[in-house]
Design a protein around this ligand. Structure first.
Ligand code: FES
Ligand code: FES
Length: 176
């Protein structure tokens, strides 16, 4: 048995210690918001938090979660459907998703970034998000949403209007 906390609840799973955490989350626990993309740590679709750090669950053995806190996209918001995390609110406001497949991973990376840096620069965002691929090219909206969420976290009452200009997108960063 491997025991860890998943979205605030203690969980014990009877799994091979080498099984990727992603399989435990999706196939054993049946939380399927976390996506499978490349399976090689290259696309970010499977991003979850391990003790608050964004990690690729497709290449993380479940044994590494032992005794730790795992948070998935399902655990990011509060207890009600309208109690979204500020990053989720900013995603909605900016209409970020297109097909949506990469978005849980994008949100998990963005929320991990903002947990340690509530005023990220464009370079900070590029660095933190460069491992999350979006085939639909939503990078400019993702950047905008992260700036909006940062403003909300810095001053929750005055975060409705963004004045942060769009600048470089992740696509150009990734292709360089
Ligand atoms: S599925 Fe894990 S990084 Fe692509
Ligand atoms: S929204 Fe389609 S892959 Fe990102």
């Amino acid at each position: 048995m491997i025991t860890f906390s998943l979205n605030g609840n203690d969980l014990s799973v009877d799994a091979d210690p080498a099984m990727p955490l992603l399989w435990v989350i999706r196939d054993i626990v049946q939380l399927q918001g976390t996506k499978f993309g490349c399976g090689q740590g290259l696309c970010g679709a499977c991003t979850v938090h391990l003790d608050g750090i964004a990690i690729r669950s497709c290449i993380t053995p479940v044994s590494e979660a032992k005794g730790k806190q795992v948070t998935t996209i399902e655990g990011l918001q509060g207890n009600t459907e309208t109690d979204e995390h500020p990053v989720q609110q900013a995603w909605i406001k900016n209409n970020v998703p297109q097909c949506g497949y990469c978005q849980p991973g994008q949100i998990m990376s963005a929320s991990a970034l903002l947990a340690k840096n509530t005023s990220p620069t464009d370079d900070d965002i590029t660095q933190a998000m460069s491992g999350n691929i979006c085939r639909c090219g939503t990078y400019p909206k993702i950047r905008q949403a992260i700036h909006d969420a940062a403003k909300h976290l810095a001053s929750p009452a005055s975060s409705n209007v963004s004045t942060v200009p769009l600048t470089a997108n992740f696509q150009s960063d990734l292709s360089s």
